[in-house]
Design a protein around this ligand. Structure first.
Ligand code: HEC
Ligand code: HEC
Length: 407
């Protein structure tokens, strides 16, 4: 599909236009994009596996007219009329929306309290790693925005992985997981790090053997998965997914503002939001997570230097083996971005203002000056929501049958 990126760019341009239209004539435009936003949000939670996979024109689809017809129940936007910024607020409400309550179902799997509770233990369980040292929380620390704030995560034997760790907060709303979208949902994703040699370096067999040697886990798995016989690796990933669905961050200043609280954002931050639309950021970063829905080349118009875009990591090309997918990555979700420096899959940029300016030249062919970058970055800081408060679990002790840690 040689025209794919042309299509994608057109889609991006159309997206920007749609925004422009919505901003001038809020009614017509808003309806259209409300539907688009709801569909994309919907895709993140209920879409069948593979929605963003394969070599379909994912970007074009995701950017303007996502497939699917059943709109998710969008959160009520209270007080969205009668104010100075009516049009802007309506456009923002329809293109992004407010972080909803934690979903009760993911990819057809019910989130039960038993699974969430077990998933919380597993998220902090060092014995999922071969060394008995590394947990999910090592690289996705709940206390630091669900990420680790280093350029590339450190895993088994102090090895450095190739990419920056994205936040697990609100990940349930992404249409696919990883920088290149190679996992279609959180359960499929969770199977990755446990086995990755540079991360936890374990195997499904070792994990099952380890957990099965601990009587308390045998009980907890039986309660959470009454249909399963004994502990299975798949149930480990489903429990982790269930816990991760609770890691949502509602009530960001942006959300409060969209719902009608004028005092939730400053004039400067509102100008930043306007610039986010006007410069075209919203054509790729949209949906409730401000991204996470579709793929684009990093460097649509100008490829960043190798220090920011290392030549060895070809992004989605490694998933699809399609030439047009070279250096294609998922448009990053931007919720809580103020907490998750350094930026980009290479983790080479520490300042949010600089990341914004790089997006301007790389993705939009536009010089964003310092003042504009400052305002957009200030706006992005309003996407920091209420952080999840998670009680650190007490983990059941090992037994003589528990495999010992290995280096
Ligand atoms: C050694 C560090 C490390 C550990 C341990 C680790 N992760 Fe990750 N995680 C990463 C990195 C790096 C990525 C991005 C990899 C990529 O895109 O190729 C990632 C990606 C993710 C994503 C995708 C988020 C998104 O927006 O795409 C989720 C969800 C996630 N990890 C959950 C987990 C869970 C659950 C565990 C524990 C079973 C875990 N991680 C363990 C480093 C780690
Ligand atoms: C053509 C699509 C496109 C446009 C337009 C675009 N972005 Fe991006 N953005 C991306 C992609 C793809 C990535 C992931 C890049 C990578 O691989 O690291 C990204 C990453 C980012 C990141 C880094 C997030 C993180 O967690 O590391 C920020 C911040 C960002 N974009 C902000 C913006 C802003 C602000 C604008 C407007 C000035 C913008 N983007 C315009 C596609 C786009």
């Amino acid at each position: 599909m040689g025209n794919r990126w042309k299509t994608c760019l057109m889609a991006a341009a159309l997206g920007a236009m749609a925004v422009g239209l919505a901003a001038c004539a809020a009614d017509d435009g808003a309806d259209e994009s409300t539907r688009a936003q709801q569909d994309t949000a919907d895709a993140g939670i209920h879409a069948p596996a593979g929605t963003m996979d394969g070599d379909g024109p994912a970007a074009a689809d995701g950017a303007v007219a996502p497939a699917g017809s059943a709109p998710a129940s969008a959160p009520e936007v209270a007080g969205a009329s009668g104010g100075e910024h009516d049009n802007l607020r309506q456009t923002a409400a329809s293109l992004f929306g407010v972080i909803p309550e934690a979903p009760t179902e993911v990819s057809g799997r019910t989130v039960t309290p038993e699974r969430v509770e077990l998933g919380r233990m597993l998220f902090f369980e060092p014995r999922l790693s071969r060394s008995h040292v590394i947990t999910c929380n090592t690289c996705h620390s709940i206390g630091t925005g669900g990420a680790d704030n280093v350029p590339a995560s450190i895993g088994h034997g102090w090895q450095r992985g190739p990419r920056n760790s994205p936040t697990v907060f609100n990940a349930v709303f992404n249409a696919a997981q990883f920088w290149d979208g190679r996992a279609s949902d959180l359960a499929e994703q969770a199977a990755g790090p446990v086995q990755a040699s540079v991360e936890m370096n374990s195997t499904p067999e070792l994990v099952v053997q380890t957990l099965s040697s601990i009587p308390r886990y045998v009980e907890l798995f039986a309660e959470a998965f009454p249909e399963s016989e004994g502990i299975t690796f798949e149930d480990v990933t489903i429990a982790l997914e269930a816990f991760e669905t609770t890691l949502v961050t509602p009530d960001a200043p942006f959300d409060r503002w969209v719902q009608g609280d004028d005092s939730a954002m400053t004039a400067n931050e509102i100008e930043g939001l306007q610039l986010f639309f006007e410069t075209g950021c919203a054509s790729c970063h949209n949906g409730v997570n401000f991204g996470g829905q579709s793929y684009f080349p990093f460097g649509v118009l100008e490829r960043p230097g190798a220090e920011i875009l290392p030549v060895g990591d070809k992004g989605r090309f490694e998933v699809t083996s399609t030439a047009t997918d070279e250096y294609v990555f998922r448009a990053s979700p931007l919720r809580n971005v103020a907490l998750t420096a350094p930026y980009f899959h290479s983790g080479q940029v520490w300042s949010l203002e600089e990341a914004v300016a790089i997006m301007g030249t790389a993705q939009l062919g536009r010089d964003i000056n310092e003042e504009e970058a400052g305002k957009i970055a200030d706006f992005l800081r309003t996407l920091t929501g209420r952080q999840p408060e998670v009680v650190y679990p007490i983990l059941p002790p090992s037994t003589p049958d528990t495999p010992r840690p290995e280096r």
